[in-house]
Design a protein around this ligand. Structure first.
Ligand code: AMP
Ligand code: GLY
Length: 443
């Protein structure tokens, strides 16, 4: 039977989601709204207003859409999943109450405290003066975070008082993040390598996707301001034996239990951003959606049908689905992935950004793309078609993905591809995964 799937969003994450759906053995008709030139090659792009819920609900009802996968945080925070579910549509993505874990960092901290989840200690502030008074006598470095969703740019790790004052002023006085920055938290600075863990859950059962690492700073060697993400890689080698269980015991199980206790029906991805400190993993943040660019590297490592996986979550039937696949995918895993991740491979994505990003940047520059191959492909993000030419239209323009058995080969493939890609002023980090490689070489 032909099933109709709608993906909401227009970035690299959504192109990766559509791509993964397109290789499902199921007979699918794929739609993406608003989509991008990459998704248009595999799905029908539909122009709908994703800023409100009405048009999406109407489209889904009128067109008998069988499953909706919501990519970005804003529609989740704005209750798009609830609106669709109320109209009888299956959705992969938490409702407004669940998405608050991402949309309100103070709430996430409070929930972590209630669930006894390891995280940096913090103080909330709703005025510039109170926050500035606090940092007068605080120890540095510390971290200032806008509580609302600010596209990865609301967080500043501050080495000095003046850096902290500057970020506080950006939040409160310049109002750069709007309401999202009028409530902030100041938290202790943690040290260690970071790890992104994407947990697929229907609230009762869960499975972890391959462990991955993002590179958030714009500059080489993790310098400069935070961005939405400059590149990522996924490999089983990121996690020592036993760490998966620690993450489940200390973070995933207690958070899911706490959500249940609060009567929150959570169906989608819980993205756990961790710092692996000397005292064990500590949660930096939760996102309530697939990470971008992590999705570009974790989905290609899936060892199961992504459509069936997401539909089972939307139907609240993940346990049953995992039961069906675990027999056929009895891979020896040291990771609570329940057989859904193909452990032997690694993947890397290098993001090509417009000159000036994450500050202001030009748009409309012509893009020349290399050919994709079976294990190396371009994921579109900020691109669009203009007069039949592909041009830049966002800060993170595209990503070059490489897949291989060996980490270094995946890296070579991704870098070979990005070096064959061209648009005016393209910037990319040449050290995605370099620290990890070094850790490995040293270790
Ligand atoms: P967040 O959006 O909360 O994940 O923060 C974005 C980035 O800021 C993280 O990926 C870290 O690199 C950094 N960061 C956030 N919180 C902390 C912290 N408490 N200590 C050190 N770095 C942090
Ligand atoms: N890559 C970080 C995020 O998706 O928020």
């Amino acid at each position: 039977m032909n099933e109709k799937v709608l993906v909401v969003g227009s970035g690299g994450r959504e192109h990766a989601i559509i791509r993964q759906l397109s290789i499902s053995p199921a007979e699918l008709s794929l739609y993406c709204t608003p989509g991008n030139p990459g998704t248009s090659e595999l799905a029908t792009n539909i122009s709908l207003d994703t800023g409100t819920n009405d048009e999406i609900v109407k489209f889904c009802v009128d067109n008998n859409i069988d499953l909706v996968i919501i990519g970005p945080e804003d529609p989740l925070i704005n209750g798009m999943s609830d609106a669709l579910r109320n109209a009888g549509i299956l959705v992969f993505g938490p409702g407004e109450a669940g998405a608050r874990l991402e949309g309100d960092k103070e709430y996430a901290k409070e929930l972590m405290k209630a669930a006894n989840v390891p995280t940096a200690s913090y103080k909330p502030f709703s005025s510039y003066n109170d926050a500035v008074n606090y940092i007068e006598s605080a120890d540095f470095p510390l971290v200032v975070k806008a509580c609302g969703a600010a596209q990865g740019k609301g967080v500043a790790v501050c080495e000095t008082k003046s850096e902290a004052e500057e970020h506080l002023s950006i939040c409160f006085n310049d109002n750069q993040f709007g309401d999202a920055g009028q409530q902030i938290i100041i938290e202790d600075c943690l040290v260690g390598p970071e790890l992104s863990v994407l947990v697929i859950t229907d609230g009762d059962s869960y499975a972890l996707l391959a462990p991955s690492r993002d590179h958030k700073r714009v500059g080489e060697a993790d310098t400069g301001p935070n961005t939405g993400g400059m590149g990522a890689f996924a490999t089983g080698e990121l996690v020592p034996d036993g760490l998966g269980k620690v993450i489940c015991d200390q973070v995933v199980d207690p958070v899911l239990a706490e959500l249940k206790k609060r009567n929150i029906d959570y169906r989608g991805v819980l993205y756990v951003g961790l710092m692996l400190t000397e005292d064990g993993p500590q949660v930096l943040e939760f996102n309530t959606r697939f990470g971008d660019p992590e999705t570009q590297v974790v989905l290609p490592l899936l060892n199961c049908d992504f459509f069936e996986l997401t539909r089972s979550v939307a139907q609240h039937g993940l346990a049953k689905y995992l039961g069906q696949i675990s027999d056929s995918n009895a891979a020896p895993l040291n990771w609570p992935g329940n057989g859904i991740t193909f452990w032997g491979k690694t993947a890397m994505v290098v993001v090509g950004t417009a000159a000036g990003y994450p500050g202001s940047y030009p748009k409309g520059d012509k893009i020349d793309l290399p050919d994709d191959s079976e294990f190396a492909w371009i994921v579109h993000a900020g691109t669009k078609m203009e007069n039949e030419k592909l041009v830049t239209s966002g800060g993170r323009v595209l990503g070059a993905v490489g897949i291989a058995d060996e980490f270094t080969t995946a890296s070579e493939k991704a870098y070979a591809l990005i070096s064959e890609t061209n648009f005016k002023g393209m910037n990319y980090r040449s050290d995605i995964g370099a620290g990890f490689n070094k850790e490995n070489d040293d270790g």
